[in-house]
Ligand binder design. Structure first.
Ligand code: GDP
Length: 454
């Protein structure tokens, strides 16, 4: 008999309500020990999908008004009997109720154990379980939509359809090899080639989309760079809506790196506002400048800021040089002033050029469009299936490699036996991807990254 687990399902902070979730064979019995419905009935008599209003009873005394929800196996999140107690959300009340639940026989749930049970009970597959974690941590609008679609099974559907084609082909080939005299429909090599090519194309599409999917779901490291006083901090503040970066007209004010996450063009940018690039005798400022150069090198996207109201100088040219070959946008600031910058040196160094006035809040929509176009996510379809992490990508790539091998083998005329080994290897990778054949290490590793209560 498996244990009955319990944990606080809402966050570890005061809120309107706090929810204690209990799952396992004794879930409802345990809930009955700490909750008394107002009508004096008991939760054990309740069908699934029902709620009762009543009181939390701690050490024989009424401690809080609460609502109890009852879900009956297999129709619950975990696939087991589940009870959820919603109490008033002061942290102490929630903790005391949880303690009472433990005293009645439940054990503390491990990180991700509710979702792990859902996976082990066949309610969701591994890609869906991972998307639960993504959904919780999603910051951008697109990330939220993408992980919701993965939770609905967008990736599983794609993978399972490829898998089925591979298994059908494999079964047919095995039958041909094992029962050559039986009346098994003829296996045409042309058909087989078509099936394998189609499987490969479907997996290739997922792999090609991986970087864009990662951009959408994980965000992009972005450096704001430029010489002192071009308006980097003003841009940062405009984007973050705060006064985190110090704005002054004194050169060298941003001596270290200010970091903030913002959403622009539907993507989360992990922004770093860097020290102005110039040479300096001031030690502290020099370290800041060194860090700035490193931030530019490491960033996936550089927003290189120039002052449109001034003629270009050696630092501007140096920055343009540094950005060559990087994914970068030239942001010409101070468009409200008379323009003196000759942008010809910028045009061949940058992928895009945008005019803004950080002071007057102008040009931010254009910047937003430039970001999403440049990162290839402007028309990103969040409803399409996508690989969400390296684990999924690796399984997909291995499957794809085995199919490629099988296609080569087919053209070279290798035996069906040998072909079947390659196709089975591809199928195995896809079974690992969705978790139907994943090792317990892989499964434990995935759920250990969840929070307790999920
Ligand atoms: P940083 O050193 O590159 O971070 O530059 P700051 O953001 O500190 O700005 C330097 C100066 O330029 C400040 O006096 C800002 O008020 C001014 N500034 C920033 N953006 C604009 C703008 O769009 N137009 C004008 N006219 N001034 C700006």
């Amino acid at each position: 008999m498996s244990t009955t687990i319990a944990a606080i399902a809402t966050g570890n902070a005061p809120g309107g309500i706090g929810v204690i979730r209990i799952s396992g064979e004794k879930a409802i019995e345990i809930a009955d020990a700490v909750f008394l419905p107002l009508d004096g009935s008991s939760l054990s008599k309740l069908k699934g999908y029902r709620a009762k209003y009543g009181n939390i009873i701690i050490e024989g005394e009424k401690a809080d008004n609460a609502v109890a929800l009852v879900f009956r196996a297999p129709r619950s999140y975990t696939g087991e009997d589940v009870a959820e107690l919603s109490v008033h959300g002061g942290l102490l009340m929630v903790k005391k109720t949880l303690e009472a639940v433990f005293a009645a026989g439940a054990v503390p749930a491990e990180a991700g154990e509710f979702t792990k049970r859902a996976f082990l009970n066949g309610k969701i597959d591994l890609t869906q379980a991972e998307s639960v974690a993504e959904l919780i941590s999603a910051e951008g609008e697109q990330a939220l939509k993408a992980s919701y679609n993965a939770l609905q099974g967008a990736l599983s559907t794609r993978i399972n359809s490829v898998l089925q084609k591979l298994l059908d082909a494999s079964a047919l080939m095995a039958a041909w090899v094992d029962y050559p005299d039986e009346e098994i429909p003829e296996l045409s090599e042309q058909e087989l080639e078509k099936t394998l090519s189609c499987c490969k194309a479907e997996l290739d599409e997922l792999l090609e989309n991986y970087e864009n999917a990662k951009t959408v779901t994980k965000g992009v490291d972005t450096a704001i760079a430029g010489r002192p006083n071009v308006g980097k901090s003003s841009l940062m503040n405009l984007l973050t809506g705060t006064e985190k970066s110090i704005v002054t007209h004194i050169e060298g004010t941003t001596r270290d790196i200010v970091e903030e996450d913002i959403t622009l063009g539907g993507i989360v940018l992990h922004l770093k506002d860097t020290a102005g690039i110039r040479r300096s005798d001031d030690l502290v400022e020099s370290i800041g400048i060194e860090k700035a150069n490193k931030a530019i090198e490491d960033a996936r996207l550089v927003l290189a800021v120039f002052d449109g109201g001034e003629k270009e100088n050696e630092y501007d040219l140096e920055l343009a040089e540094k950005c060559k070959g990087k994914t970068s946008i030239a942001v010409i600031n101070k468009s409200d002033l008379e323009q003196k910058l000759d942008t010809s040196f910028i045009e061949n160094a940058f992928d895009k050029l945008v005019f803004i006035s950080a002071k007057n809040d102008e040009g931010i929509n254009e910047l937003s469009d430039a970001v999403s176009e440049l990162l290839g996510v402007k028309d990103f379809d969040t409803s399409a299936p996508m690989l969400a992490n390296l684990r999924q990508k690796q399984n997909c790539k291995n499957a794809c490699d085995s199919i490629t091998e099988a296609l080569e083998g087919l053209s070279l005329g290798v035996t069906y036996d040998a072909l079947n080994v390659m196709i089975d290897a591809a199928a195995d990778e896809l079974l690992s991807l969705t978790g139907r054949k994943a090792t317990s290490e892989v499964v434990n590793n995935i759920f250990s990254k969840f929070c307790v209560g999920k």
